[in-house]
Design a protein around this ligand. Structure first.
Ligand SMILES: [Zn+2]
Length: 285
């Protein structure tokens, strides 16, 4: 899930030339859309009488849209994000392939409200979300970089759902999505990543004692942004400021089904949460 206008730290991706060759894509008829990965609720959107979906297919995705220009960009960048994110999961395979994930694209804010309101458990601030093997993507904002930010965030959830046999804790799931939301575009372009700029001092953050045990988003809307930012910074700290072997060891333990809290403290050599909090505070300041 992504919160609207979260681009506190956007690097300004607009205007970067596209380097990679475009992935193959083709328009397909409704009758050829593979429905095997759709829930009843997903299928209801596909069959909704108010929508005249067109369908655009790539290697890993089938997009349902009503405007080809944006859909083609989502298809192209979506495949590039898929490649960049899955490259960081070298020991895992895509368990869903060759089946495709679905991406619904909504452009009308009123339609989006209906989507959110009719999805059980969905937070009212959700601007886009992934449920299992399906992405519900809203086209918001005017800047292409904001739209691709959101796509990269949601694509992280979708790729991890395809590759991971376990469910990550909420902070790690959102932290990784925020991390790739910021960096995947540049990675997909094969560009260097100026990651230093992305982690300017953070004035307010969610205490790790709350963050690490959270199984739901904060109830207070003002806290939600802190929750996302802290998650992103913690992932950034672990990936960029700590030895990569530790991340690999930590991730391997999660994949083995170990609880994330103890695995984190033990792998990074923190005696307790207070020690982790102290190290993290030095990073965010
Ligand atoms: Zn998310």
């Amino acid at each position: 899930m992504v919160k609207r206008l979260l681009a506190l730290l956007a690097l300004g991706w607009a205007g970067i030339a596209l380097a990679a060759p475009p992935p193959p894509m083709q328009d397909v008829g409704a009758e050829t859309v593979d429905r095997s990965k759709l829930s009843q609720a997903d299928a209801a959107w596909l069959d909704h009488p108010n929508y005249r979906w067109k369908h655009l297919q790539t290697e890993h995705f089938v997009l349902h849209h009503d405007q080809k220009m944006f859909a083609a960009k989502v298809a192209r960048m979506g495949e590039q994000f898929y490649a960049a994110i899955s490259a960081d999961l070298p020991n895992l395979r895509d368990r869903v392939a060759p089946a495709r994930s679905h991406i619904f694209i909504f452009r009308d804010p009123r339609d989006w409200k209906t989507v959110v309101a009719s999805t059980p458990g969905m937070e009212p601030w959700a601007a886009s979300f992934v449920s299992g093997n399906v992405m519900y993507l809203q086209e918001v904002g005017t800047a292409a970089s904001d739209k691709m930010d959101m796509l990269a965030h949601e694509m992280t959830h979708l790729v991890f759902n395809r590759f991971l046999p376990v469910r990550l804790p909420l902070w790690l799931n959102e932290g990784l999505a925020e991390y790739y939301g910021e960096f995947a575009y540049r990675a997909a372009k094969g560009m260097g990543q100026s990651k230093g700029n992305a982690f300017r001092p953070l004035r307010t953050w969610t205490p790790l004692s709350e963050l690490l045990k959270a199984t739901a988003y904060p109830a207070e809307p003002a806290e939600v942004s802190f929750f996302y930012a802290t998650s992103k910074y913690l992932v950034g700290y672990l990936l960029l400021r700590q030895p990569r072997e530790k991340w690999d060891a930590f991730f391997a333990r999660l994949l083995a089904g170990d609880p994330a809290g103890p695995a984190l403290l033990e792998t990074y050599g923190w005696a307790d949460l207070a020690a982790a909090e102290k190290a993290f505070a030095a990073f965010v300041r």
